[in-house]
Design a protein around this ligand. Sequence first.
Ligand SMILES: [Zn+2]
Length: 476
Amino acid sequence: MLKSLLAPALTGVFAVGSALAQSAAPIPEDIRDTAEALMERALAGDEVGLKFVEDLTTEVGPRLAGSEAEARARDWAMRELKELNFQVVRTEDFTIPYWSRVVERAEVVSPASQSLIITALGGSTATPEGGVEAELVRFESMAALEAASAEEVSGKIVFLDEPMTRTMDGSGYGFAVRKRRNCAAATTERGGLACLIRSVGTQSHRMPHTGMMARGQAVGAGPAAALSAPDADQLARLMERGPVTVNVNIQVETAEDAPSGNIIAEVPGTDLADEIVLIGCHLDSWDLGTGAIDDGAGCGIVVGAAKLIAELPSAPRRTIRVVLYGSEEVGLLGGRAYADTHIDDLDKHVFAAESDFGAGKIWRFETRFGEGAQGYAEALKEVLAPLGILPGGNEAFGGPDIGVLRMAGVPVVTPRQNGEDYFDLHHTPDDTFDKIDPDEFRQNVAAYAAMTYIVAETGWDLRKAAEPEGEGVGSE
Ligand SMILES: [Zn+2]
């Protein structure tokens, strides 16, 4: 099934090759056969992973970091993972500064009253009760606001009308996020009263896009909210016709030490059990939708993949550790807590991957392995190729929560998903379960199952440094 499904598209793929040009390390035949069987099983009908997302988003729903709902999600996940027969299921608790929206309203008051669809940005401070009311000043980019004088902004409400570019790899987001992060501080510095940004994201519905700004209280910045794209267009048209006054009312709730935590479940290894193959996702979500693509899908993918491996007749040699990180959305706090807790055994982490880019098909496989381990990277790319996955380079980002592991030298991969539509849904009320395509989701489970199994069972040293000419892993 695997071959008939995907093989024709692959002609010529390997001619691309990597710049380092090490040939693929050999994979023992029984390991390759098992990896292929895992992929076929996932494609033919992974039920566990998809059901995990469905149940999480239905039974728990939105899971704002530090909230009672995130705590319920942890309890739910612990129960679920135990029922799935994972071992060493546990929580590693930590606390975070909590923020949540209470009131978020905006309206045009002059030239004539009309309401606007907004959502407060995470970390925003509150306006005085009843809101702030002032004339708008519009900027077309974050750079234009940063170049503006206090005179232009003082006493006004900033309208930052910068659009985001749609890309397959999501690179438009990194650029767009700068306005979300910095608008409030730049506004306050110039004496402005509040900032309204055009929503980050690529959809054109009347849905605003939330996400973290630099915490207002900490950086002395004022209130900030995102306008839906049609509302931003409306304001721009109104301003072409004359001065516009708006009222923005944001009320928030904050707390110092709210509970959060990382959920961990394992498939214990055998003779190399102390070596950790980590696959992760984040359990928290923003509160507008139900966190299905961000990041319920990622959790379903890694849980589904680990479960397929756990069902094999014998466990792989290394321990597979599934980590459902908490409080990712509010500053990658779970990723940091994990690294702090495991600081003394990070060298035992031999591999890490994180699924946090929705449920779209993986189209390219990138690694960040040692120079001497490129043959292993090539071998993994060959195994994944029948899934329609192209070989990528050796500069993988890994994922948000495993960033600290990457910086500590843990080998990581990025199974890069098609993100063309991701920012139509991400952080909006439309991030719901129905948006997941089961076939694309299962392709992800297949890839995660195969690569995780191979890394756990071969015992390959993915940190391996470069060797003298002619002694690469490909020639072993
Ligand atoms: Zn995410």
